[in-house]
Ligand binder design. Structure first.
Ligand SMILES: Nc1nc2c(c(=O)[nH]1)N[C@H]1C(S)=C(S)[C@@H](COP(=O)(O)O)O[C@H]1N2
Ligand SMILES: [Mo]
Length: 435
């Protein structure tokens, strides 16, 4: 069967990627550098083959990341970079994210477990609301659609680990660069309408989400992921129980037939394949809520040091990030090029983006870009500008977002934590203008 072969190929590719990563790191440690690594991944490194992990010019950091990521091969998906195959994790290189609304085929994938078998009868899918409510509810998706008004918003969804690859020393987990994000149009009912129908007790402080995806181990008793939201976020008007993505029922991989969309928070709170919302009288403590999972230090720790989870708190709003989407890292521009139009998107978790600036001289000078207002809250914002470089040669185009509270992206991933959450180092795109 075709599907079987594809899955097999994915597994094989995943192993090769792990090997390439391991060899790349070994080569780096042994100081054998970029040439050895190029051989290990079986591809020649362009002049801008790697993205920087720290404050090293992009071209000098070639050994720090695999130059030729494995490509996801899946029906209905573009050439996403495969970060892991079991569970399946894939990100969109920034240049694939140029669209204002991310087409489903370009939308990143982050699974923690297996993908449940798609239901043949989505309207019969059952959702339970229980816990700190006056009237526990069991509703089918068909009833949800009938009983509550449907709304559509363009909402960005970003993995809590987006930007993890730029932590130094390396943080544990999928090495996302900047592509663990997408901005789709989601249609669903408001979670708050459903919670109000159940009637929240005064003791309700948090939601706990449960889903149908089987654990990787295959053990039916184990829960893959169960995250939740503070009640205020659950009651926010843009927090949805979504059943459609970009005007169509969402594909199985993105949570068909029903998922949470809680834009602004780490993507892990946006539970796919949703079956139950347990309203809690305390911060939810399901798998993915405790220890150092999706939590960040409140007392900054020594990078690479031993974590004290007691000082960690749940990561809520994602930090500001801007990306360049019209120039691919490693682009060679024709002789005589001096003007380079730049554009992309920026977003800031629970905030909006106040400013986007670009630099082509390693941050010595910055140029302000035009930034559009979002059509609705939590939609990413488009920005554009044109830079004029003084000569031919090697340049790095840096882009830096500033949120509505005045917080800017740092030059290197800050607030190091073992699982690498909330890293929002500025993006750097290397270009070479031939003389
Ligand atoms: N049930 C369930 N929901 C889940 C996950 C999961 O593994 N299981 N992964 C979460 C994480 S970590 C992210 S970043 C987003 C990714 O959503 P996407 O795969 O549709 O892009 O889904 C979240 N919802
Ligand atoms: Mo995530």
């Amino acid at each position: 069967m075709r599907k079987g072969r594809e899955t097999e190929a994915l597994h094989r590719d995943g192993r090769e990627q792990q090997d390439a990563l391991a060899v790349g790191r070994r080569a780096l440690l042994m100081g054998t550098g970029a040439a050895a690594m190029g051989a290990a991944v079986g591809a020649a490194l362009p002049f801008a083959g790697g993205l920087p992990r720290g404050l090293v010019p992009s071209a000098m950091a070639q050994g720090a990341a695999p130059a030729a990521p494995k490509i996801l091969k899946m029906d209905g998906k573009a050439d996403l970079a495969l970060l892991g195959d079991r569970p399946l994790v894939a990100e969109a290189p920034e240049y694939l994210l140029d669209d204002d609304v991310t087409p489903t085929e370009k939308f990143f994938i982050r699974n923690n477990g297996q993908v449940p078998e798609p239901t043949a009868n989505p309207d019969a899918w059952e959702l339970t609301i229980d816990g700190e409510v006056n009237t526990p509810l069991k509703l089918t998706l068909g009833e949800l659609k009938k009983r509550f008004p449907a709304v559509s918003y363009k909402l960005q969804l970003e993995c809590g680990g987006n930007g993890r690859a730029f932590f130094n020393p390396e943080a544990r987990g999928n090495q996302w660069t900047n592509g663990g994000v997408g901005n789709a149009e989601w249609t669903g009912v408001r979670l708050r309408d459903v919670l109000q129908a159940a009637g929240l007790k005064p003791s309700a402080v948090y939601t706990g989400h449960y889903a149908a995806d089987p654990h990787l181990s295959g053990d039916a008793a184990r829960i893959t992921l169960s995250r939740g939201l503070p009640i205020a976020k659950a009651m926010e008007e843009h927090t949805l129980l979504a059943f459609a993505m970009n005007g169509k029922p969402m594909p199985p991989i993105h949570g068909f037939p029903l998922r949470v969309i809680a834009s602004g928070y780490p993507g892990s709170a946006s539970s796919k394949w949703l079956t139950r919302i347990w309203v809690r009288d305390r911060e939810h403590d399901g798998p993915g809520m405790t220890g150092t999972s999706y939590r960040v230090p409140t007392i900054p720790m020594v990078p690479g040091g031993k974590a004290d989870p007691k000082t960690f708190a749940v990561l809520e709003s994602m930090p500001v990030r801007a990306i360049i989407t019209n120039v691919k890292n490693g682009t060679q521009l024709p002789d005589g090029t001096r003007k380079i139009p730049l554009r992309g998107h920026a977003w800031a978790g629970e905030e909006t983006v106040k400013a986007v600036d670009v630099s082509f001289d390693y941050g010595q000078t910055w140029q302000a870009c035009a930034v559009d207002a979002p059509p609705n809250k939590y939609c990413w914002q488009n920005w554009r500008t044109e830079v004029t470089v003084p000569s031919a040669g090697y340049f790095e185009l840096w882009v830096r977002g500033t949120d509505s509270k005045g917080r800017m992206q740092p030059a290197a991933a800050a607030n190091w934590n073992p699982q690498g959450y909330g890293g929002n180092a500025i993006q750097r795109v290397a270009v070479l203008i031939n003389a």
